[in-house]
Design a binder for this molecule. Structure first.
Ligand SMILES: [Zn+2]
Length: 436
């Protein structure tokens, strides 16, 4: 196949297919898949103009003819763990289970996560994400002492180094039971606030969960922090911490943003309970991120020679129907929680389409990897394509959803600030010396 001839600084892209869900307010004819065929003028790092060319009008002079190839805004990855990424070769998951993941990562963290180790693996992950077309990313940072004092300064330096290429955010990650030590919660809250981060925790069905959640909400309110939880990442029917988070948000009158990841158990619970939970989630203004690849890997993992019967994902369709903002994201990459992955949001969207049925109709599901997480992360305008907005987009060969999602699109073109970037995906061998 011939490579697309693409200039370093494109001025005019002709015959681009853009999706109506990602260009609100666009005045153009839309096909049955939600695509409009437009020309995109780029100037000074911005989309100068975007619209249909009248029928029969010749291509503008110097235009690059995309021949109907899809152009998506750059991706927003709202839930990752780049502090854990790529440790698989030295610390595999012994049996593919959740407990196996937790134990293996814990051992690796204590033994190996120096500032240098974390920084090199983070930078590797970010180069992958950037090359695949991601422009904003939130990572969780394992923050149990003494790791908080190691990883947060590394993250802050990384955020500075990647400024202008990837907008980086971090949320602290600890089991919520650690916050029984209120002094630890207070000091971590302060650290997160100083680093302009997001306060986070993993919630479990502990007897004192409500009390712990209250303490977390109060700390967030004291510092003006947003919240990000891992909740109910299990098939256990009795796991209802998502509902507890919603109740805590309501009775604390919390006004910041709340993102909750996973919520796998929800899809195993009886409808009557599920609907009550979702009503509270909607009322509390909580957004949900599903992590389909990691869920597929860890949930319903069996060790008795039988086949998994459950895909692990949460109820995104029911949530979306209630107006709950929903996203999908990468989660772990090549660590004991997920043996695979490369922070490629096209792969995440492709997998989500298949696992969660983001099709027939596609509707506005493309927002789940673009504008919806951008809003959750308070990045106005990110993940959309509009005249006057930044020229940050990805040019694909596929001209329809079936073409886009059937091949890896490894030769996609990533345009940032109006310039096509050099897409260099790092070689795994770079990290070999850390894996001994
Ligand atoms: Zn996670």
């Amino acid at each position: 196949m011939e490579a697309i001839q693409f200039p370093a600084t494109p001025r005019m892209l002709a015959n681009a297919r853009i999706h109506v869900s990602l260009s609100p307010g666009l005045n153009a004819v839309v096909d049955s898949e939600g695509f409009a065929l437009v020309d995109i003028a780029v100037e000074g790092g911005k989309v100068a103009a975007m619209g249909e060319r009248p029928r029969g009008t010749p291509l503008p002079a110097g235009a690059v003819d995309l021949a109907g190839g899809i152009v998506l805004p750059t991706f927003v990855d709202s839930h990752t763990h780049i502090d854990k990424g790529h440790i698989w070769p030295r610390r595999p998951n012994p049996d593919g289970s959740f407990m196996g993941a937790l134990t293996s990562v814990g051992e690796d963290r204590v033994a190996r996560w120096s500032a240098g180790d974390v920084a090199r693996r983070m930078d590797f992950s970010l180069r992958c994400a950037y090359a695949h077309g991601t422009s904003a990313l939130r990572t969780h940072l394992d923050s149990i002492a003494p790791q908080d004092a190691i990883s947060w300064p590394v993250f802050e330096e990384m955020r500075e180094r990647w400024k202008g290429r990837i907008d980086l955010q971090a949320a602290c990650l600890v089991g919520i039971e650690s916050y029984r030590d209120r002094a630890f919660l207070a000091s971590l809250g302060k650290r997160v606030a100083n680093a302009k981060g997001v306060l986070g925790a993993v919630t479990y069905m502990l007897p004192d969960l409500e009390e712990l959640l209250d303490a977390v909400f109060r700390t967030a309110m004291d510092h003006g922090l947003d919240l990000d939880f891992h909740a109910d990442e299990t098939g256990d029917l009795s796991a209802v911490s998502l509902r507890k988070i919603a109740e805590a948000a309501l009775w604390n009158g919390f006004e910041g943003k709340i993102l909750v990841g996973h919520c796998c158990a929800l899809s195993r619970q009886p409808d009557i309970e599920v609907l009550d939970t979702l009503d509270k989630v909607a009322k509390a203004g909580i957004a949900i991120v599903s992590l389909p690849m990691c869920n597929l890997y860890l949930q319903d993992r069996r060790h008795d020679g039988t086949t998994p019967r459950w895909r692990g994902v949460t109820l995104l369709h029911e949530m979306s129907a209630r107006g709950i903002p929903v996203a999908v994201a990468s989660d772990n990459t090549r660590d004991p929680f997920y043996a695979y992955g490369d922070l490629d949001m096209l792969e995440v969207y492709r997998m989500a389409t298949r696992i969660l049925h983001f099709d027939h109709p596609v509707a506005d599901w493309p927002t789940a990897v673009t504008s919806a997480p951008a809003d959750i992360m308070r990045l106005p305008g990110a993940g959309t394509l509009f005249a006057g907005g930044p020229a940050d987009f990805v040019v694909f060969r596929g001209r329809s959803w079936t073409e886009l999602l059937s091949r890896p699109e490894s030769d996609r073109i990533v345009v940032r600030d109006g310039k096509s970037i050099e897409r260099s995906i790092p070689d795994y061998a770079e990290l070999d010396d850390l894996m001994g």
